[in-house]
Design a protein around this ligand. Structure first.
Ligand code: SF4
Length: 572
């Protein structure tokens, strides 16, 4: 199977594996299920909240029910433990079932002697080779999918053996490095199959570039659509000056485009000439929204050699583990804050980890995050006291807040102080001449479920306009003024403050923007809110996978399958 890019190949590889077709393709090593399982296991030794348990509980060796996993999360939230130490005292966690205790005792034995200071390679080599039958099972299996999994684990162990020297805990350092490699797309070397695996009889997946010089009896090439090949790349951010390219006709941009078009033709030629006997080209003719999707103009060049056929897939693609629903048993109505429901809009799975399981929050804080926390605390005191603040009081409060966040002696203290004061002065300027009113939380009921909107402040301006404001210390996200969180604020203002305006204030931008949603937009967002609440109730939390955002997500190493069994929750 030949594709233009690695991301598409990864998707096709995973889909073929789910259909039981043996493939010889690793894809992105750190996003493979078996490697993520191992990363999740290692994370348990350095993560107080033991988020990785979600994946480990799905292993056949340590199967634990969802209710037991939730009971452990609850226990860890309530008590102070060093990471991983709770495994020694599972018997003392009252709500865990006998079956759960047995599975976790096995995990405790498998990890005994290791703590947060352990070397990741030693932990995994010991666990896979000495203390469980996991490596033996992969080694003895005749199933090609298992053998590919074994190769991926072998590749991962090799990666872990050679880690750069640095300070800090070895497992944490390794996990941070994995995030960095994926974020920068710098894990390409690890995608290569070792030479010893090349003889395996399975479908090979590779990029067209990677297939240069090779030949196969049959070649499948998906995505023969006009928006895939030839691809029109965006204009270069820094094009050569006109006249600089020797022999080029027209402007530098035209020369660039002509070069790109030629390269696309070469790519198509390389792909089709890899086939010795059969070349099978695929192109969907319809988009998911029902609009038609044109075919690639390159197809016409194949003339009468091409037999065109319309195919309707006969096999359903099995649902991916991370797309499977969660068996949620909810006592009473749902109740979520507007920012929480906005997270469901960006990634339902992340919402699930953060606001249903309460394990997904960020755990590493930077000095910059402490700066924002300090600003937030001063903003709160200003809103709470409702007395005019002099410049001297402002600087005093800022200094105290920065010191309280541990930035009093920081090397960039002066810069942080300037930034904090600039944000706070902007905040105060927005209140000048206005009378502050006590903000009240507004409850919006949709389909029997509840969304709670808590404005940060309400100001009556000298011109008689009341402003209901949400104050954030950071920058405004591109879609923030139109997301469901903004819509919830507008709905709350209409309900509890008729005639008032809703405002989003972003102190890092130094901007306050009035929210304006047309009736149609507001209706669309309200329908979306209702749908999201319905999806949450039925346990639908699909993962919104993105190579840009996932490596920064706290749930990156555990995102995937969830344990079996019902999960009981009460939100209101
Ligand atoms: S890793 Fe990606 S898909 Fe998974 S929860 Fe985080 S953002 Fe969502």
């Amino acid at each position: 199977v030949l594709c233009t890019g690695n991301e598409k190949l990864s998707t096709i590889g995973q889909d073929l594996e789910r259909l039981g077709v043996p493939v010889l393709f690793l894809g992105s090593l750190f996003e493979r299920a078996e490697v993520k399982d191992l990363l999740a296991l290692l994370s348990v030794l350095v993560d107080r909240r033991a988020m990785g348990l979600l994946r480990i509980a799905c292993w056949p060796d340590f199967t634990t029910s969802f209710s037991d996993v939730a009971a452990i999360f609850e226990h860890l939230r309530a008590a102070e433990h060093s990471p991983g130490s709770w495994l020694k005292h599972v018997d003392a966690i009252p709500t865990v079932s006998d079956a759960g205790r047995q599975a976790l005792s096995k995990l405790a034995i498998a990890l005994s002697g290791f703590d947060q200071t352990a070397s990741p390679w030693t932990v995994l080599a010991t666990l896979l080779l000495d203390r469980t039958r996991i490596a033996a099972r992969f080694g003895a299996s005749e199933d090609l999918a298992d053998r590919t999994r074994g190769i991926a684990i072998w590749q991962f162990l090799n990666f872990m053996r050679v880690q750069p020297i640095g300070s800090g805990l070895p497992i944490t350092r390794m996990l941070d490095r994995v995030r960095r490699l994926v974020r920068l797309g710098d894990d390409r070397d690890l995608r290569q199959l070792p030479a010893a695996a090349q003889h395996l009889d399975a479908v090979r997946l590779m990029t067209i570039h990677g297939a240069k010089g090779l030949e196969f009896g049959g070649v499948h090439m998906p995505g023969l659509n006009s928006d895939t090949i030839p691809r029109t790349p965006p204009a270069p951010p820094c094009p050569a000056p006109d006249g600089m390219i020797a022999g080029a006709e027209g402007s530098a941009l035209e020369a660039y485009r002509a070069g790109q078009a030629e390269e696309q033709e070469c790519l198509f030629y390389v792909a089709q000439s890899r086939a010795r006997d059969r070349l099978i080209l695929y192109a969907p003719t319809e988009k998911s929204n029902g609009h038609s999707r044109p075919l690639s103009p390159f197809l016409d060049r194949l003339g009468s050699a091409l037999t065109r056929r319309s195919v309707v897939p006969t096999r359903q693609l099995p649902i991916a583990a991370e797309a499977r629903g969660v068996e949620l048993v909810i006592d009473g109505r749902l109740r979520f804050g507007a920012p929480q429901i906005a997270l469901y809009e960006s990634c339902p799975r992340r919402f699930f980890y953060t606001h249903v399981l309460h394990v997904g929050g960020r755990r590493t804080t930077t000095a910059f995050m402490h700066l924002h926390e300090a600003v937030r605390s001063v903003v709160k005191t200003v809103i709470a006291s409702d007395l005019p603040v002099t410049e001297q009081e402002l600087t005093d409060r800022t200094d105290t807040a920065l010191a309280g966040e541990g930035l009093g002696e920081h090397g960039y203290r002066a810069e942080f102080r300037d930034l904090a004061l600039a944000m706070l002065r902007f905040f105060l300027s927005g209140r000048a001449g206005a009378i502050a009113e006590a903000p009240v939380a507004v409850s919006i009921i949709l389909g029997g479920e509840e969304i709670l909107v808590e404005p940060d402040e309400v100001l009556m301006r000298p011109n008689g306009v009341r402003a209901v404001r949400r104050v954030r210390t950071g920058h405004m996200r591109s879609a923030e003024s139109k997301d469901v969180g903004a819509a919830a604020l507008v709905l709350a203002v209409k309900q509890a403050y008729p005639g008032a305006v809703a405002e989003l204030v972003h102190l890092s931008d130094g901007e306050a923007s009035e929210l304006s949603l047309s009736d149609r937009e507001l209706k669309g967002r309200t329908d979306k809110l209702s749908k999201f609440l319905g999806d949450i109730r039925t346990g639908r939390f699909p993962a919104e996978i993105s190579s840009r955002t996932c490596p920064n997500c706290p749930a990156f190493f555990i995102c995937g399958p969830t344990p079996d069994g019902p999960l009981q929750k009460k939100f209101a």
